[in-house]
Design a binder for this molecule. Sequence first.
Ligand code: HEC
Ligand code: HEC
Ligand code: HEC
Length: 403
Amino acid sequence: MKRLILAVLFSTGAQAAHPEGEYIARVADCMACHTAPGGDPMAGGKKFATPLGNIYSTNITPDKTHGIGGYSYEAFARAVREGIAKDGHPLYPAMPYPAYARLSDRDLHALYDYFMQDVTPSARPNRESDIPWLLSARWPLHIWNALFIDDPAPASSDMADPGRAARIARGAYLVEGPGHCGACHTPRGVAMQEKGFTHKDEAFLSGAMIDGWYAPSLRDSRLSAQEMTSMLLTGKSQHDALSGSMAEVVSESTQYLTQQDAAAISDYLQSLRTSHQPSPQVARRQSDDSASGEGKVLFGRYCATCHGDSGKGSDFSVPSLVNNPVVMADEPGPLIRIIADGAQTPAIRGQVSFGMPAYGEVMKDEEMRDLVNYVRQRWGQTDAPVSASDVADSKKEARDAGH
Ligand code: HEC
Ligand code: HEC
Ligand code: HEC
């Protein structure tokens, strides 16, 4: 929450002398990772849990001692595109340089000028990682890089249809480059590397679990181009709303996209379809209301007031649970987390945010189990029931993730 407030302060501050660089910083969402809860903007210190231990983002304000004030353009370019710090050490791949490798020279120059001249310097010192010294030897990252970073050739130069090609190429650039959408939407392999960095890889944007949220496939999406554009700019569309980490992406990054760029992203994502019609996966038992018992009673008591008995919600304010990726995901964690912690539509300039209450303290784990099983049975696509201990585990994971 604090980060959202900060983002607002940041955006209402003085007009940047380098609006072009500020725009790229928004699209690339440097702020999300380089600002600690309650900390100075871009001054680093946000924690990233890795299987080996915690690492912390660094101070990228132009402070000469603690920040990147001593970085030349060349050093900055190497850090952002290749993940090599000024002193030559490789950066942990939490920093999405495999995507930023595709940034154009022009955008990178604009970004550099913006950081050096518009961002307020902060003297916050960097924090060492908690990874034991033996494991923190950073050299293996050189090998990681050689293995997994592909050639940053301009995206999408091979698109056939010249009519839409320019728009789609712009969308490809934004998604595969600064937007680093694959960091969450692409599944990761054994070495935590994303399984593909461009539209040419089938795994790219094919959906993944990330920090306890489910980032659905953006290929063959159930959303039309228009719905997608609306989701990116406002965090909602007629029947849908975004929650979890994507709500933060919208609040801090995509709401600032120009209308053309948001539409270019949607056109590009639509171009990844293998089938040509938007094909909503119809939930199997969508109309089968035979499920009964305690879960149904709980749904009527706690959920139906807003989402309706039919689960369809109401236009532009309460999302539908029908064809909803959180409900349809095999993994029950995100659904449990939303019921336990509640949710808020993203904070968007000039718009009222709609909220869903938290039921973690209101419902016993056994009740939440019955409710979750009812919701998944009615609108989901898996038969696997959850247990009360699954509920307890997901609630704990959500707490550990800082919510
Ligand atoms: C998804 C999270 C994430 C995003 C987004 C991100 N960074 Fe980073 N960045 C990190 C982390 C974590 C580190 C520290 C890595 C390490 O210590 O090995 C880092 C390190 C850096 C460094 C090296 C700084 C130093 O102290 O030497 C620079 C420069 C940098 N980032 C710039 C940027 C810029 C510019 C953007 C936006 C275009 C950006 N980062 C976006 C996570 C991120
Ligand atoms: C920090 C992780 C993260 C990043 C980065 C990210 N996303 Fe997401 N995205 C998610 C999650 C999690 C969801 C699911 C949200 C929900 O269920 O309400 C999601 C959902 C979406 C949806 C809705 C899909 C659907 O079927 O409902 C769209 C569209 C989307 N993201 C587009 C993008 C684009 C475009 C980018 C890059 C500009 C991006 N995302 C970057 C995590 C992320
Ligand atoms: C006061 C109205 C209200 C009540 C009561 C309510 N919700 Fe919600 N719900 C919302 C709103 C508004 C959102 C959108 C918030 C957001 O952006 O994530 C939402 C989001 C959701 C989502 C996530 C949708 C997505 O695509 O990310 C799920 C799942 C959900 N609700 C299920 C439930 C269940 C189950 C209950 C009963 C325990 C419930 N809701 C009770 C208003 C409500």
